[in-house]
Design a protein around this ligand. Sequence first.
Ligand code: GN1
Ligand code: MG
Length: 358
Amino acid sequence: MELNIDEDILKAYGFTLDIVNLQQIGSGHINRTYLLSALQNDKQYILQNINVHVFKDPFAIANNIEAVADYLKANNPDYLFPAPIPTLHGELMFAHHGDYWRLLPFVANTMAYDTLSDPKQAYEAAKQFGKLSRLLNHFDTAVLKPTIPGFHNLSWRYEQFTFALSQATAVLKQNANHEIETALRHHFIVDYYKSYEHRKDFPNRVMHHDTKISNVLLNEEDNTGICVIDLDTLMPGKFISDLGDMMRTYLCAYAENETDLNKIKIRLPYFKATVEGYLSEMANILTPTEKELILFSGKYIIYMQALRFLTDYLNGSIYYPIAYPTQNLDRTKNQLKLLNELFENEKILQDIIEECLS
Ligand code: GN1
Ligand code: MG
């Protein structure tokens, strides 16, 4: 495939087209990611184009990452935090005709997965995200800018859904009839979230906000957690954002694109491993209110993701790239089934949480 990357971008980092090999990689919806291999010395890097339709202020991303990187360097110099490599001019991003590029370290001998096949992977991944939160427990969140305003504000996501519903074509509404009804029926999740939102012991923390399994690198031989990646949404938020997205992506053997809903089931050993891995870092930091919300974190994120896919479907699929017209509707069905699984297993999941907390 012709990759068509302007040589100026490479030159900003001291490379030219003839001395590198570029290969598009990754499964993310938003940014374009390439593996850059330098031919002379076999060194590898990640080259990434930031999606400026989604991240309207790329400097907010760069500044947040820099502030956190400086803090971690000062307080935990051994922690592996894959911050961007500066350009030859010392900038954290390269601006090029309205596009923004960055170069990241490639961490050798690691793997990023889209689904998990061993509870140990869940434990290790959850531990990595929990560790990042723990190390940043005393970091002043006011220093960080939201890179996407309202990103995990469930009330706002719900409003976007009802607005999309009011604007959608009759055909799209008809196709999504059942899912719209299910989404409306679960509005109580928004009310529950609102009832906690401003509580004192439900603090803002530095959250990763995209803790899906493909955003953590594990050692390719023994699955030990190595580091988290994809730091675009590192910004203030509630702990339910991170733990919830782990539940969304670690518990089921199949990811959000799976269309056979019979396969959408939660795996209890993966749930236990996720909670244990997260609490191995965060148990002494979470407040009593936060501990009450551990299971809610999964409901909150899975419901929000269902709303986001459904909203996008009703809007004509303008946000999440699709491979076929009804894919965002299928993703909605997938997430609503996963949400239902959480409710059906509520009692046993809460028992597991209590066991992990004791
Ligand atoms: C997007 O681009 P990616 O795959 O890292 C989205 C997340 C969703 C996720 C669903 C900025 O993440 O919030 O949870 O898709 N990121 C943005 O797979 O919208
Ligand atoms: Mg992301």
